[in-house]
Design a protein around this ligand. Structure first.
Ligand SMILES: C[S@@+](CC[C@H](N)C(=O)[O-])C[C@H]1O[C@@H](n2cnc3c(N)ncnc32)[C@H](O)[C@@H]1O
Length: 275
């Protein structure tokens, strides 16, 4: 896939610029540095507003997969004093802890996708609201840590997000089960009822290929594990030739769903029973 000896000086300059984007240091979960280079459609619902509405009725709150704590901190006025977060990606743990310590929000180390899976580090019925934006989840653990009647609110990056990656980079979807149908069914089996939900598809527009390279450093699960500018030079030059070189952005599908679920008063499946 290397560009090879026939690379023109203009292509060599592009590759050099993209290598610089590849070296960009990211901290936390923040894409704001790509403003102007990446423009994205947004879903018709406002997930933060959904969270605020639920927070107004909740006293014991968990935010799962808080990233660098950026989004949770942005909700600070709506949070009750008993708010806790989890983060399972080691580089983001200290970032989240540093940001959220100022708000007296502890951050526990927990990765719902870890193998073997482990229980959430909380007792039974610890929360009346669990928020989860773009993080894995274990339905049985959610029913366990929520009180009966408690609420689980999530927005997810759907299985077909970045689906063009299959054609462009040869990568089959990494999370084929992350659909509203599958997740809602799993939650119902675990003892939830679904109160509201929605799905939506839009577009990411990368106005230069370097912005795509930078973005993919933050979401490496959307490209093959060996992705780097030099190994995929030919592919990236092809994206440039058919897109930005002609004044068009590189487009990828953006796909999201959200749902609000409530634990039945008598859960159908008994919890795994740690306290
Ligand atoms: C997609 S982020 C969402 C963060 C936050 N909930 C939000 O909505 O802003 C979900 C999780 O992926 C983690 N993560 C970020 N980069 C990662 C990487 N390269 N590999 C594995 N996990 C990563 C984040 O730290 C976070 O816990």
């Amino acid at each position: 896939m290397n560009a090879g000896p026939s690379t023109s000086p203009a292509q060599a300059a592009l590759l050099a610029a993209w290598r610089e984007d590849e070296q960009h240091h990211h901290e936390g979960w923040d894409f704001s540095h790509l403003a102007g280079r990446l423009t994205e459609d947004e879903p018709p619902w406002d997930f933060d507003e959904e969270c605020r509405a639920c927070l107004a009725k909740s006293g014991h709150v968990l935010d799962m997969g808080t990233g660098g704590g950026e989004r949770l901190a942005s909700l600070r006025e709506a949070l009750p004093p008993d708010t806790v977060a989890t983060e399972g990606w080691a580089p983001n743990l200290p970032v989240a802890r540093a940001r959220l310590a100022a708000l007296s929000i502890p951050v526990e180390d927990y990765d719902p996708d870890a193998e073997p899976c482990s229980p959430m580090p909380f007792g039974n019925g610890r929360f009346d609201l669990v928020m989860n934006r773009h993080e894995g989840l274990d339905p049985g653990e959610l029913t366990r840590v929520l009180v009966p009647g408690g609420v689980f609110l999530t927005q997810q990056v759907a299985a077909d997000d970045f689906r063009e990656s299959e054609d462009v980079f040869g990568l089959a979807p990494r999370y084929p089960d992350t659909t509203l149908e599958v997740v809602a069914t799993q939650l119902v089996r675990a003892g939830f009822r679904i109160e509201a939900s929605g799905t939506w598809r839009g577009t990411y527009r990368f106005h230069d290929v370097g912005a795509l390279v930078d973005y993919l450093k933050l979401v490496p699960w959307q490209v093959p594990e060996d992705f780097c500018v030099d190994r995929y030079a030919e592919t990236l030059l092809g994206l440039h030739a058919s897109g930005p070189a002609q004044g068009n952005p590189v487009r990828f599908t953006k796909s999201r769903f959200w749902l609000r679920a409530r634990v039945n008063s008598t859960p159908r499946i008994a919890s795994q029973g740690i306290s």
